[in-house]
Design a protein around this ligand. Sequence first.
Ligand code: FPP
Ligand code: MG
Length: 298
Amino acid sequence: MKHPQYKIWKDLIEEHLYDFLPAIDSKSKTLQESMVYSLKAGGKRLRPILLLAALDFCNSDVKQGLPYACAIEYIHTYSLIHDDLPAMDDDDLRRGIPTNHKVFGEGMAILAGDGLLSAAFEAMTKDMLLYMDDAEALKRRVRASHTLIKGAGVRGMVAGQVCDVEIEGKTCSKEMLDYIHLNKTAALIMAPIKAGAFLAGADEKKLMALTTYGECIGLAFQIMDDLLDVVGNEEDLGKRVGKDAQLQKATYPAIYGVEASYQRLEELTNKALDVMKPYYDQAEFFNELALYLMKRVG
Ligand code: FPP
Ligand code: MG
């Protein structure tokens, strides 16, 4: 994405990504290596950038969001490690390098995921401990972390993943497909946007606009992900293509066809742009991001 702020925030995330990992004793060194292996593999850092962008959009200091931004990247990375396991999607390539279990074994990959998820809780609660005497600041942090954890949990990403696993090879209704997309992917894209707004103490109107924007780009993101599995290539994506059809996954192109999927992508992107119209001057980054996501190749 060309917007200069994307690189600035991405660099900030890269610089601080390991700051919030708890120190691990020497006996668990392999666990540390396994967690860092997947964090270091790169990626777009989209979710933490969204959190910083929401803070900036609400005229708040982005640096205060770093523990929460890194926590969401820990959660996202754990979900990819577990998603790639043989018991789930059984993938051997992620972000252009061998998946975690291919390098460290299945047991260690499961533990690296568990470690990253708990590191996320630790990063956020450790930050909260610094604000025990500032009720307002503490409230904003509790709200932000609640939103992130809810998006990742059994009423969010995990719920979507359960249905994604259970529906494999079976007929999927359009309603169920939306449920899977909303929870498996959109929940973890909406959550950092809302968390940034909560941290900034945004007013209700801004919070609503950001929530709708997040839902639209979150759904659009998974539709694009489904499309890229059909029309994309391994080099740009850093992962194998054609896996969804092979595993008989419930995807947008499988149920609606490629053409209709592109149309839905456009509708959702337009809705995301519409909802930001009242904030035209301030919403430049979010607008550009919505357009970029709809054209991405990786
Ligand atoms: C790619 O993100 C990730 C998705 C499209 C989300 C898919 C959903 C899951 C893997 C859910 C797994 C859940 C559990 C509980 C195991 P991205 O393109 O932003 O990846 P990047 O960070 O490599 O750029
Ligand atoms: Mg997968």
